[in-house]
Design a binder for this molecule. Sequence first.
Ligand code: ADP
Length: 332
Amino acid sequence: MEEEILIKAQDKKNKNEILLYLLNNKGKYVSGEELSEKLNVTRTAIWKHINGFKKLGYEIDSVPRLGYCLKSSPDILYPEEIWKDEELKFLGNKIYYYESIGSTNEKAKILAVNGEPHGTLILSEKQTMGKGRMGRKWESPKNEGIWLSIILRPNLSPEEAPKITLVTAVACAKAIRKQGINCAIKWPNDILYEEKKLAGILTEISAEIDRINHVIVGVGINVNTKKFTGELENIATSLYLIKGEPVDRKKILIDFLKEFEYFYSKLEKGNFHEVLKEWKALNCTIGRNVKIIGKTKEIEGIAFDIDGFGALLIRKNDGSVERILSGDVSLR
Ligand code: ADP
């Protein structure tokens, strides 16, 4: 059953300064007086907020005369944890944060149609109907991964939309590699580690003939899943399973968002070749024998390159070349 539990929908401009102050002074005592003076809020308001954060799982000590001390943050992807980072320019200026949702991509589509701005982020701790391509399901258990969607309003023609999947794949692979994990991109939308799926991307586009209305980029990264069962047992993996220890989801999320902004800005400035260069360095598809299962036909051959639009180029056994824009790729 689809359930939807919204924790908050908020703009960066209205972020909770009390929580940010505590986060930036983690481990130190800050007095109610200091908070009240610096942030221009009443002592009662501070006390109320502190109780709210405690309910979310923030461990905060309050000692008379000394004040409040943030000891630890819960393992939740609370928006203030993202807004704490001052480097992000447009991603997450508005965040919809859910405890549970059907699908972040589906929600993002509705929000995009309602006019939510470029860069809006939809984050959920759990998806009950997470989506893969072609109506397939993406398992998104509670607090185990990063399940998000981004609303983009790019100034690109519709045929350039696949470039956004490549930007996302590069950002995702880079963020994961920061953990010392040698993952690779499988064209067009998966991140693999030793042939097992660590993350997936689902790009959906709404466009007129010559103009994109919006693009929704969905990303699912398996972070702390301890065990996959059923059909996923042999095809999926997580950062936890690779590293043998829990991984900080907030760090992966923020690294991903920063990398995404970096490579997206290359695309915006007409420097997509730089994204392609990174993509080629990170991919595990080029040079391999592949089988593409399309809607109407199957193609087999060697994937020898991708072109400037992100399409895969296949040399078939008869020597002819096919340009593939989408489809299921199986590596041989
Ligand atoms: P692909 O890109 O491999 O064609 P999709 O993008 O369609 O895959 O993603 C859906 C498929 O991914 C599912 O059919 C299932 O096999 C697999 N899958 C579902 N959930 C997960 C998960 N959390 N981690 C890894 N693989 C998953």
